[in-house]
Ligand binder design. Sequence first.
Ligand code: UT7
Length: 326
Amino acid sequence: MRFRSRITGTGSYVPEQVLTNFDLEKRVDTTDEWITERTGIKERRIAGEETTSDLCLEASKRALQAAGVKPGEVDLIIVATMSGDMPMPSTASILHKKLCAKNSGAFDVNAACSGFLYGLSVADNFIRSGAMKRILLVGAEVMSRFVDWQDRSTCVLFGDGAGAVVLERTRGQRGILSTHLYSDGNMWDYICLPGGGASHPPTAKTVKDKMHVVKMKGNETFKVAVRTLEKLVTDTLKENNIRPSELAMIIPHQANLRIIKATAERLHMPMSKVAVNVDRYGNTSSASIPIALDEVVREERIKKDDYVLLEAFGAGLTWASALIKW
Ligand code: UT7
């Protein structure tokens, strides 16, 4: 039988500082009522002194401990992030040093909010091919340093955090059954952070023009997200010959509770089978799925042999899914 990859440990970490909707009411022209109704968010976490690799480190330690794997036993470290410590080197390389890992490779994946599932697909394929045995995959963001704290349409949405998984080679029936990656670059400007790259290198003008913060066409993105995710989840189940009623749990990217509910309704899934943490952490981009996964694992809401569906949508535009037999 061919190799498969299985998640053998999960971990997550969020910074201590809590920023509530009421705190935001004092900063911008918004209300707790608006944010709650339109997004489901009540509060989010904000990193103080910590960097993205610091968040990665804490989440990774917990995932490695849960898997019973030492940093030196990992063949590859992948960090999914769009808010890494610096453009170069990768945050994965900085994490490599902080973890005292040994001979593993290390690189970052950037597919914005779909990043964790893109990373999962890469890791799964390295293991399936037989090239690697153990991979540490982290989704981590310090979004709070890349939002305009005067723009009410974006600053209320995002939060900081990290989630990690250890993937190991297996030959059994359990593990990652399939991963699915998509994108449509025609809508790249729906969500972007235009400054700081080769198109607009940092200058006093790019700073003055606020080009180093997230810009989003929220309503347009919302409509594409709902439509796309509906098709994504039904296609993923169809490809695996699984009925929605056979799913034990959906772990969606946490951008907006209305989007999460729309996808659940499409599959006739009760919200008790849907992981939600957007109320507590806001949109943590590539960290949202691994944080939610770690929560449901630790709360024992999924058990051996359960079917679990992961799905995400984000800048690019990108979208992705994975079906797991736990
Ligand atoms: O994670 C990556 C993918 N991202 C997403 O999937 C995000 C998708 N988009 C969304 O979640 C929603 O579109 C938002 C939560 C961003 C916005 O909700 P919306 O229902 O689409 O609102 P809107 O952008 O259409 O704005 C409605 C109104 C506007 O006022 P007018 O023009 O109707 O007078 C906004 O100016 O709400 C206003 N508004 C606010 N009011 C109070 C926008 N932000 C705020 C705010 N507080 N924070």
